[in-house]
Structure formats: C-alpha cells, structure tokens
Design a protein around this ligand. Structure first.
Ligand code: GRF
Length: 186
C-alpha cells in the first residue's frame, strides 16, 4: 500500500512537481495544503488531480491555523507530511503530532545557513560547495536530524540566483528519494 502524503507549500511548487513526477510504489500525494491562496503550486496540484486546501493564515492564530490544517490531514488519512517551501513556522503541538513523519527540504548544507538567504550567505562566506538538505521537522527552525544531502560546487561568478538554480536541480532529485525512504520506514 502506498503511504498517503500531504505536501505543504506557500509558493511556486517546483519541489511539489518533482514529488508528483517521482510518485511510485512508496507514496501517493493525497493532499496539497497552502497558506497562500494563490500559490503557484496549487495549480500544479490541480493539474495532477490532487485535492487542495488553501487558507490564508493572516488573522488566524498559529495554533488555531495548524489545528485546521491537522484536521484536513486527518480527513484525508494522511500518514506523512512533506514541507516544500512552506513559509510558516509551525506550532509546537503540530510538530509534536507529526514528529518522525514530517520532513522539510532546505536549500543549504545544514547545519550551515538555517533560515533565509542561504545562497547569498554561502557565497558571501566564500564557500566552495553549496547544496540542500532533507531533515526531520522538530521544534527548532531547520534544526531536525538531517536525513539526506546533496552538494553542488559554488563557481566563481555565481550569484544567489545561479547557485539557487544549481541547487534546485538537486533538490528535485533528492526530495522524492528522501520521502520514499521515510515512508518505507514508517
Ligand atoms: C526551495 O528552495 C526549498 O528548498 C525551500 O523553498 C524553496 C521552495 O521552492 N524550502 P518550490 O516552491 O518547491 O519551487
């Protein structure tokens, strides 16, 4: 039986697309949740006939918002959660509820460069390698145990955009594999 996965997004959804494209025997994406009502990724989900739930978080308390999302996950019998560009800090109750079953992809070689502007910071530091990490989600932002990483070279003349594009190619390879490994172990 394929495990039912929800993908949480806020933006364009290129990692969502990669997860959809790679769907095989391990998982099926049974729900896409967005906290941004016009996120590009919602169109990707609809094109793939995946149910969506979109609700702007503005004006809704964090815990209450996450309870609503959790209700959606339960209603769709979701077994694991993949954050894919979900730009919203999660409540501790939600993190606890999904501990061990929720992963995130972050565009740096964690533990380096948690948070935003990762590529800019890697270039400014003179790093010769960048990359991406998939980690279990825990209470601290981008702090959970790392499950998988991919590296790319940082080349002379790289800008945050050229580096981001090079890393993104690796994100799209890494995330489906890491998600499949996670759900197989559940
Ligand atoms: C990716 O770079 C991911 O690593 C980060 O947010 C970005 C999301 O991009 N967490 P997309 O929406 O999947 O295209």
């Amino acid at each position: 039986m394929r495990k039912k996965v929800a993908v949480l997004i806020s933006g364009r959804g290129s990692n969502l697309q990669a997860l959809i494209d790679a769907e095989q025997d391990a998982y099926e994406i049974a729900l896409v949740v967005s906290n941004v009502e016009d996120a590009g990724g919602l169109a990707i989900a609809r094109a793939a006939d995946i149910p969506t739930f979109a609700l702007a978080h503005k004006g809704v308390a964090r815990a209450a918002f996450d309870d609503i999302v959790d209700g959606q996950l339960r209603a769709h019998a979701i077994e694991a959660v993949a954050l894919a560009g979900y730009m919203r800090i999660l409540s501790s109750a939600f993190v606890e509820r999904w501990t061990g079953r929720m992963i995130n992809i972050h565009p740096s070689l964690l533990p380096l460069y948690k948070g935003l502007h990762t590529h800019e910071r890697a270039i400014a530091a003179g790093d010769t390698q960048g990359g991406c990490s998939v980690h279990l989600v825990t209470a601290g932002l981008d702090e959970g145990p790392v499950l998988a990483q991919a590296t790319v070279p940082i080349l002379p003349g790289d800008t945050p955009d050229t580096l981001a594009a090079r890393v993104l190619v690796e994100e799209h390879r890494l995330y489906p594999r890491a998600l499949a490994d996670l759900v197989r172990a559940l």
